[in-house]
Ligand binder design. Structure first.
Ligand code: GLC
Length: 415
C-alpha cells in the first residue's frame, strides 16, 4: 500500500475527536466521510438533516479531494476495524475491493429503486450481483476549450489529434499560452487520462485483449504513450503537467493560461464562477481521437457505502437515503455542478437553469468506458501509473513500458 500522507493522518485524528464529542452530547453520532465539497452544498444538506432529526447528529468529515489519499486513509482505518466512521464516500473503482474485504455492508433488498439511476453509476455499486453502495454523483472526462480564441482564429473545435495539435500551434503558441493541460502526476488521475488517450488511438486494456491478444494490447499502449510524449516533446503541454492533478491543471485553465484542458465536469462551475478569468469563454467537447477512431471518456464518480463496523446502521441508512435522494442531488447539482446519478434530476427545470451546459455533456456521455472492475484494481492502477509515468519522464521506452504493463496486468487478470 502507498504511504499514507500526513494530511490523511490528520483527518483520521480529527475523526477520533468527533467520536468523543458525540458521547458527551448524548445524541446518536453518525460520521459521514467524503471528499471536500468547496461549494458548501453538502454541509448545508447535513445541517438541514440534523435540524430535522433531533437525537441524531451527523458530522460531515471532509477529506482531501485526492482519491488516492482517501483510499489509503480508509484502507488503514477499515483494516483496524475502526467504528467511528459510519458512511464512506467511495470512488467508483473501489466497490469490489471494499466489498470483498468485508468492509462495507450489502444494502437491504429494495433499499433503492435501481431503475431510477443511470446505468453506468449503478453498475459501479454492485459486486457479484449485490448492491453495496448508492451512486452519489458521476463523472466523465471532458475537453474544455477556449471558445473565444478558437472563434477569433476561425478554427473549429478539433475532433482529431492532428487538428488539435494544429490549433495549439496556431493559437496557443503565438500567445505564449500552454496548449493542453491534463493530469500527468503519478496517481489515479493519470490512469483516467491515459485510458482516454489509449481508447482515442483505438487501443484497449480489456481483459480479453490483454490475456488473449497481448501483442494487440501492447501496440495500442505504445501508440498512446507516443501520443502523450508528443504533447510534451512539442511543448504543447508544459513539463509541469507531469506533476499536475485535477486542481493544478484546472487553475491554469481558469486563469486563462491554457487553450485546452482535460478534466471532470466540476470545472464548469469553477470556470463560470467568481474568480475565474475566463467566465463565459469556455466550451465543452468530447476529447479528440486519431483519424478513423472514436474517443471515449473514462467514467468516474463517487458512491456512498455503509461501514460494516458502524454502531448505528439504522440511523446511518436513514441519512444515506437523504444524502443520495433527489433533493440532495438537486442541491449539489445547482450549487456545485455535480452530475446527478438519478435520471429525473436531469429533467429538473431548476437544475437545467443553473446548468445549461448539462445539455453539452450529453454528447460527451454518448461514449464512455469504465476502468477495470476488480477487487485487484489498486494493483492494476499501480502498474499502469508506474509504466506511464516512467515513460513520460524518459526513464523507459514506450515499447518496453507497454510490454511490462500488459504482462503484469495479464498476470493479475489471470488470477
Ligand atoms: C475523480 C473521479 C474518480 C477518479 C478521480 C481520479 O474524482 O470521480 O472516479 O478516480 O477523479 O483523480
Amino acid at each position: 500500500m502507498r504511504t499514507m500522507t500526513a494530511v490523511a493522518l490528520c483527518c483520521l485524528a480529527a475523526m477520533s475527536l468527533v467520536g468523543c464529542s458525540s458521547q458527551e452530547s448524548g445524541d446518536i453520532q453518525i460520521v459521514f466521510a467524503a471528499g471536500n465539497d468547496p461549494s458548501g452544498a453538502t454541509e448545508a444538506l447535513v445541517d438541514e438533516y440534523n435540524a430535522a432529526h433531533p437525537g441524531v447528529r451527523v458530522e460531515f468529515q471532509a477529506m482531501p479531494a485526492n482519491t488516492d489519499t482517501q483510499h489509503d486513509a480508509y484502507v488503514t482505518y477499515l483494516s483496524a476495524r475502526e467504528s467511528s466512521i459510519d458512511l464512506y464516500s467511495l470512488d467508483v473503482i473501489w466497490t469490489a475491493e471494499f466489498a470483498r474485504a468485508g468492509w462495507i455492508v450489502a444494502l437491504p433488498e429494495g433499499y433503492i429503486r435501481t431503475d431510477e439511476f443511470l446505468d453506468g453509476p449503478l453498475a459501479s455499486v454492485t459486486y457479484k450481483g449485490t448492491l453495496y453502495a448508492v451512486p452519489w454523483f458521476t463523472d466523465a472526462g471532458v475537453l474544455y476549450y477556449r471558445k473565444d480564441l478558437l472563434e477569433e482564429a476561425g478554427v473549429p473545435v478539433p475532433e482529431t489529434w492532428t487538428d488539435f495539435r494544429r490549433a495549439c500551434r496556431e493559437i496557443a503558441e503565438p500567445r505564449g499560452m500552454d496548449g493542453f493541460v491534463w493530469q500527468g502526476a503519478r496517481y489515479e488521475g493519470l490512469v483516467c487520462d491515459f485510458l482516454e488517450f489509449l481508447w482515442s488511438v483505438g487501443g484497449t486494456l480489456d481483459e480479453a485483449t490483454v490475456v488473449e491478444r497481448p501483442a494487440d494490447a501492447e501496440r495500442g499502449v505504445t501508440e498512446a504513450l507516443g501520443l502523450m510524449l508528443s504533447f510534451l516533446d512539442s511543448g504543447i503541454s508544459p513539463a509541469g503537467v507531469l506533476t499536475y492533478k485535477e486542481e493544478d491543471s484546472r487553475r491554469l485553465f481558469t486563469e486563462g493560461r491554457a487553450l485546452f484542458l482535460r478534466n471532470w465536469p466540476y470545472v464548469w462551475s469553477v470556470a463560470e464562477g467568481e474568480g475565474s478569468k475566463i467566465k463565459g469563454l469556455a466550451g465543452i467537447a468530447p476529447l479528440p481521437h486519431v483519424e478513423g477512431q472514436t474517443s471515449y471518456s473514462t467514467i468516474g464518480g463517487w458512491n456512498i457505502a455503509l461501514s460494516t463496523y458502524s454502531e448505528h446502521p439504522d440511523e446511518a441508512l436513514d441519512f444515506l437515503r437523504f444524502i443520495t435522494g433527489e433533493r440532495s442531488m438537486k442541491e449539489r447539482a445547482i450549487e456545485g455542478g455535480y452530475l446527478p446519478t438519478l435520471r429525473r434530476t436531469y429533467e429538473d427545470a431548476d437544475v437545467l437553469a443553473a446548468n445549461p451546459h448539462f445539455a453539452s455533456f450529453s454528447e460527451v456521455f454518448q461514449n464512455t468506458r469504465n476502468r477495470p472492475r476488480s477487487p485487484h484494481y489498486p494493483r492494476m492502477s499501480d502498474i499502469i501509473q508506474e509504466n506511464v509515468h516512467r515513460t513520460l519522464t524518459y526513464e523507459i521506452e514506450p515499447a518496453t513500458a507497454a510490454a511490462d504493463m500488459v504482462r503484469e496486468l495479464a498476470e493479475i487478470m489471470a488470477e
